[in-house]
Design a protein around this ligand. Sequence first.
Ligand code: NAD
Ligand code: SIN
Length: 482
Amino acid sequence: MSDMMISTEPATGNQIWRGKVGNVDRAMERALSAKTGWARESTARRMELVRRFANEVLKHADPFAELIARETGKPLWEARTEVEAVKNKVEISITAFAERTGQKKLDSALQGSAGLRHKPHGVMAVLGPYNFPAHLPNGHIVPALIAGNVVVFKPSEKTPAVGEFLTKLFHEAGIPEDVVQCVHGGADIGKALVAHPSIDGLLFTGSAPAGIAINKKLAGDPSKIVALEMGGNNPIVMLETPKIEDAAVTIIQSAFTTAGQRCTAARRLIVPDNFYDQIVPAVKTLAERLLVDEPFADPQPFMGTVIDNQAADLLVESREALLERGGEDILAMTRPNTDLPFLTPGIIDVTAISDRPDVELFGPLLQVIRVADFDAAIAEANNTRYGLSASLIGGDPKDFERFWAEIRAGIVNWNKPTNGASSAAPFGGIGLSGNHRPAAFYAADYCAYPVASTETDQPRASIGIGLKDTSQPVRKSKDAHK
Ligand code: NAD
Ligand code: SIN
């Protein structure tokens, strides 16, 4: 098997990067050699170095965004927002570290002091996805480094160039090369990292099938911390609103930003009968206007390609399968050039399909489901094994109160898109969307473990009850057997 990998630009098919598959054992040796030194650095020093990393990101913002756009096929304007998120992560993570896993004095009994501090786990393996090849792994790496862990990062095999660029920025900031390493490879290298005895934690962002496989593999070893950020089959429920245009924009942003390749993208639009004719045509009209083009096109497109031809093939097949089972096109998702993974936004009414597949279709295909009323809409929205994000559009505060209370998801929004989550809030889902270790602001929690201590500068102790009195002569009695 070749130990070379190549990465191609989805929008052109041109090669963008060539490199070697990594050596996991070697990376682990290097990580272990750096682990103690990095953990013993002061927190202030580690924070200074990640702040320098933020400066490096800023300094290289243009080439960084261009590389993201080229390697993922997303528009340049959107790649720029990803670079911005990478930079902003640093201050957010510093605040989160202090707030969630810093130090504090506890009330102490009588003498000495008691305190709570946190320690790093050690060697963290980070597995990244391709849709946000910099922002999402960075969301694990920065909090892990601040907490004092060393990191072995395997970027998605579909976006190795961005992974390597990101890692170099850490090094240019002065973070030692053994403290944060980039190891290239596909799922096999991911599996080798998962199975490696030297990892202390596994921080994964990707699909549910891969996350479940990782969870099974590590289930027998409770000593390793495992954070799984997975996909969704996210619903938008529509109620009455006078602002139909805005509602349509919010639905479009939810379903088609990043060509639908967001874990939080809306996959299902659930509409009570009486609003269907107001909202569905408005969404269709707007979707028809979306520009789909290569990342650097002028005018800038709304969306670019999906990640590769394989992903485009799968989406085309998934649409055909839905049509065969009774789905009806509202707007056909098309593939203008079969050699390249551009897809136009598709909307399909799947109401007539009785056993709709509860899978994540990771691309620009929105399924519409017509229901009788709000009760049925909530039941339908919860009719998934996933639970990442959900939005209610329209309705009044009482409707949202009910929606919030009854919907099972880690992100529940009102009149806002299902995507575009804030890094300053926890980010995670329930069901197949995660394992209750949310990322973003709460990433600090899985990057360190709490240590409670009570301390005095000298041993001072006494036993007040249950000791023999040695000042009295020993009693000789048949009962005194102690
Ligand atoms: P993926 O699961 O195919 O791969 C993610 C990473 O895991 C890659 O680095 C891959 O090489 C590795 N990998 C795959 N199988 C593995 C295995 N069995 N053992 C170890 N490593 C393995 O995901 P993807 O296709 O790159 O990304 C898209 C998916 O990620 C979507 O499902 C999306 O919803 C999800 N995602 C989730 C979040 C979140 O925060 N919840 C964010 C972005 C994307
Ligand atoms: C993602 O992580 O895939 C999307 C995050 C978001 O847009 O909410």
